[in-house]
Design a protein around this ligand. Structure first.
Ligand SMILES: Nc1nc2c(c(=O)[nH]1)N[C@H]1C(S)=C(S)[C@@H](COP(=O)(O)OP(=O)(O)OC[C@H]3O[C@@H](n4cnc5c(=O)[nH]c(N)nc54)[C@H](O)[C@@H]3O)O[C@H]1N2
Ligand SMILES: Nc1nc2c(c(=O)[nH]1)N[C@H]1C(S)=C(S)[C@@H](COP(=O)(O)OP(=O)(O)OC[C@H]3O[C@@H](n4cnc5c(=O)[nH]c(N)nc54)[C@H](O)[C@@H]3O)O[C@H]1N2
Ligand code: SF4
Ligand SMILES: [Mo]
Length: 704
């Protein structure tokens, strides 16, 4: 059989690595890094090879299925696309006409931003369901970044990234790119780039309650008590102001409000922060001085500082530190990318608090409510109660706080439909599951992550395999379901314009460089086109109406009072639970492959040996981990890499639930960290879930 070579960007994580995939007929012979990709330069991680497993997975649904009850037990029956789409449209239309549009909930998960057809076409359906009850993984993740960027730069997507290849000093909080491969920071081959930073006598300082893989290659690592980073960042900013170490440089011409911030944070000294953070005041002062003294420095914080009680303050303070030291929009500092298809120009800037959740009065962001209130919106009767749910590329039972509560709430729905290739912890509750084509059966352009990349590049790739007869892409499902619903609701239908045509228009409209770009040109360069290094581009790139940056954001300034108040009391001595990622995993849905799962059990609770001794916990034993919302039993592992008083458990496990059809995952079931995270533990300012820093107790498990 003829061997063929395909070029493809990996869509599994934000690093968007270029791949070379060799096939023979329908068989994948090899998957390797594409050395000609100008961004990833040949780098890949072990997950890339698992693309083959995902494609061939016998558990992956190839046709729509409907849940039927036979003798009291659930069974799944294959049905035609016509039946699946007609039934779904009719049920949604019926619920909308009986109870109004807010009776339909929508939850969109993480892979939807890695699959461009989902992004270009979800509006085909959702325009007919203008519900207040929209949710997504954003509010268990990066919501504080968006909110901060909206306030400071005028658009939710204008998020600057560390110019790692040119910086002298990288201060990193709550991120572990050696496991995650970088997030809101598309930085393939990050380990090499970080090692190059220290090799040229630059400094990498990592602030994390665990001595992570990234901390292991850093110049300096400081443990921090989870949830106290805002105090740490304030201590740095306070020192910068107090010691006259600020210099906004060129930014000063269009930056306002730093003096107001300086006055408002006078009380947040290193001495105030020290007992709470566990970092000595002198160390914080030194880090502030070093940061200010570095020619080019950048502060960056990710998951660990977003999904905590003061997530938005953290992200706001990180930006202010970069601004106050003149490192925003500067090579070697933090820079905005200029993607070929620029979603900053084509999407709404975002808004906040324009409506609020019915039960708990939580604010929307960008028309979405916090995922932490999804279950209560299903379970609480009254007008606006969610009666039908659409989930797309999401697994909120494992990924949102108090997953058990949501698990049982989904049972109460009158109708649920899931756009997903698997029967998992969430989709098992659906009445109908709509499985799209496999990723390798559709083309690929990354709309999301070029915007956060450390270099401007563009890459379009054709499908590796033909689309199987009778299958539908995600975008086609959105389009066809949308049109069926439109007919029932007496609204106009949308033509099926393919995603690549939309991208072609975007490329030609954006067209950087003298010759411009088009899909045709990208087709001729399947390893991608280099559009050059990131450049300074303020104030032009700002989306604020007056092209200024207002640093004294009223909402954030007001939240300082909440922070100050909260830390008046001495800390309780409860353990704090944090998460952990592993390079051979990806959230909840990559556990079905032997290649990724082999080796040691990974769903274990890491705990410092001295803490284990104080709790009478024997090494290798089982412990009961409990919080306000529930408890679970898990194997404990002693680790000197943990801060005292902190325990770590990865999320995305818990595949023991009845009725899931992912055999390898079920054999490595583990427990779900989100069975103990608390839906009431939030960043109050944004509504983002605080899945890190949850107060827990850890006791030896009682043998049953
Ligand atoms: N292999 C793999 N890669 C992934 C994923 C995956 O599941 N597996 N998921 C992808 C997704 S969706 C995302 S959003 C990104 C996330 O990318 P990252 O943010 O880099 O991911 P994490 O490894 O979760 O890093 C968070 C760090 O914060 C620390 N932390 C926890 N609480 C606190 C705190 O209070 N303060 C501080 N300073 N640190 C804290 C944790 O110990 C951890 O090291 O990764 C992406 N890439
Ligand atoms: N405790 C704790 N909780 C966390 C985190 C944490 O660090 N700790 N991390 C949070 C973060 S950063 C995130 S992003 C969320 C993720 O939360 P979710 O997005 O809700 O969950 P995923 O595990 O990414 O589930 C992805 C789903 O998409 C499906 N899927 C994969 N590819 C496709 C596709 O191309 N099309 C369609 N239609 N479906 C597809 C998979 O089968 C799976 O069901 O979890 C969050 N939850
Ligand atoms: S680092 Fe991310 S994008 Fe690169 S190969 Fe691994 S999973 Fe794919
Ligand atoms: Mo995420």
């Amino acid at each position: 059989m003829a061997r063929e070579t395909h070029y493809r960007a990996c869509h599994l994580c934000e690093a968007i690595c270029g791949l070379v995939i060799e096939t023979e007929g329908t068989n994948i012979v090899s998957i390797k890094g594409d050395k000609a990709d100008p961004l990833s330069r040949g780098h890949i991680c072990p997950k890339a090879v698992a693309l083959k497993d995902l494609h061939t997975d016998p558990d992956r649904l190839r046709a729509p299925v409907k849940r039927v009850t036979v003798d009291g037990a659930d069974q799944w029956r294959e049905i035609s696309w016509d039946e699946a789409l007609d039934t779904t449209a009719q049920r949604l239309a019926q619920i909308i006409s009986e109870h109004g549009v807010h009776a339909v909930g929508i939850y969109m998960g993480n892979p939807s931003v890695h699959n461009y057809g989902m992004m270009t076409h979800q509006g085909n359906l959702f325009q007919h369901i203008r519900t207040n009850n929209r949710f997504s993984a954003t509010s268990v993740d990066q919501l504080p970044h968006h909110l901060t960027s909206l306030w400071l730069y005028g658009h939710k997507l204008l998020i600057p990234v560390p110019d790692v290849d040119n910086t002298d000093y990288l201060l990193m909080l709550g991120a572990n790119p050696l496991a995650s491969n970088g997030s809101i920071w598309t930085v393939p081959d990050v380990k090499k780039r970080l090692k190059a930073l220290t090799a040229r006598n630059g400094k990498l300082v990592v602030i994390d309650p665990r001595r992570t893989e990234t901390a292991g290659i850093a110049s300096e690592h400081q443990f921090i008590r989870p949830g106290t980073d805002a105090l740490f960042l304030l201590a740095l900013l306070n020192t910068l102001f107090r010691e006259n170490l600020t210099d906004a440089g060129a930014l000063a011409a269009y930056t306002r409000g730093l003096d107001e911030v300086a006055r408002a944070i006078e009380v947040f000294t290193p001495d105030f922060a020290a007992p709470h953070t566990g970092i000595e005041a002198a160390v914080m002062r030194r880090i502030a001085r070093e940061f200010a003294g570095a020619e080019r420095a950048v502060c960056y914080g990710r998951m660990g500082v977003s999904t905590q009680a003061y997530g938005t303050l953290c992200q706001w303070l990180i930006q202010l530190i970069n601004i106050a030291t003149g490192n925003l929009d500067k090579p070697g500092g933090s820079l905005f990318a200029s993607p070929a298809v620029d979603t900053v120009k084509t999407s709404s800037p975002g808004g906040h608090g324009r409506h609020r959740s019915r039960v708990r009065d939580l604010p929307e962001f960008d028309r979405e409510l916090p995922a932490a209130c999804l279950a209560e919106e299903i379970c609480t009767p009254g007008e606006g109660q969610i009666r039908a749910l659409f989930t797309g590329a999401g697994n909120p039972v494992l990924s949102t706080p108090n997953g058990r509560q949501l698990d049982s709430a989904l049972e109460e729905l009158a109708f649920m439909v899931s756009l997903d290739p698997f029967i998992n912890e969430t989709t098992r509750h659906a009445d109908i599951i709509l499985p799209p084509t496999s990723a390798l059966e559709h083309d690929h352009y990354d709309i999301s992550f070029h915007l956060f990349a450390v270099r401007n590049t563009a890459r379009y790739n054709e499908p590796v395999f033909d689309k199987p007869r009778g299958s539908l892409h995600d975008w086609e499902i959105f389009n066809q379901l949308g049109n069926r619903l439109a007919r029932l609701l007496d609204k106009p239908e949308q033509p099926a314009v393919a995603p690549h045509d939309i991208i072609d228009m975007g490329l030609q409209a954006g067209a950087p460089g003298p010759e411009g770009l088009s899909l045709e040109k990208l087709r001729q360069h399947p390893s991608g086109i280099d559009l050059g290094p990131l450049q300074a581009q303020l104030p032009e790139r700002l989306a604020t109406p007056d092209k200024t940056i207002r640093c004294d954001t009223p909402q954030a300034m007001a939240d300082l009072a909440r922070l100050f108040e909260a830390f008046q009391r001495p800390d309780d001595d409860a353990f704090r639970l944090i998460g952990r990622r592993h390079v051979r995993s990806n959230n909840s849905w990559m556990h079905n492959y032997h290649r990724l799962m082999k080796g040691r059990e990974r769903c274990t609770l890491l705990m410092h040996p001295d803490d284990m001794a104080s709790q009478n916990i024997a090494p290798g034993g089982m412990v009961t981990l409990s919080s306000r919302v529930g408890s679970l039993d898990v194997a404990v592992e002693a680790s000197n890499d943990m801060m005292r008083g902190v325990v770590s458990l990865p999320h995305g496990f818990g595949h023991h639930r009845k009725g899931i059809r992912m055999r390898t995952a079920a054999a490595h079931a583990g427990v779900s960290c989100n069975d103990v995270t608390d839906e009431h533990h939030l960043d109050a300012l944004s509504g983002n879930a605080a899945v890190n820093g949850v107060a827990v107790t850890v006791r030896p498990a009682r043998p049953d």
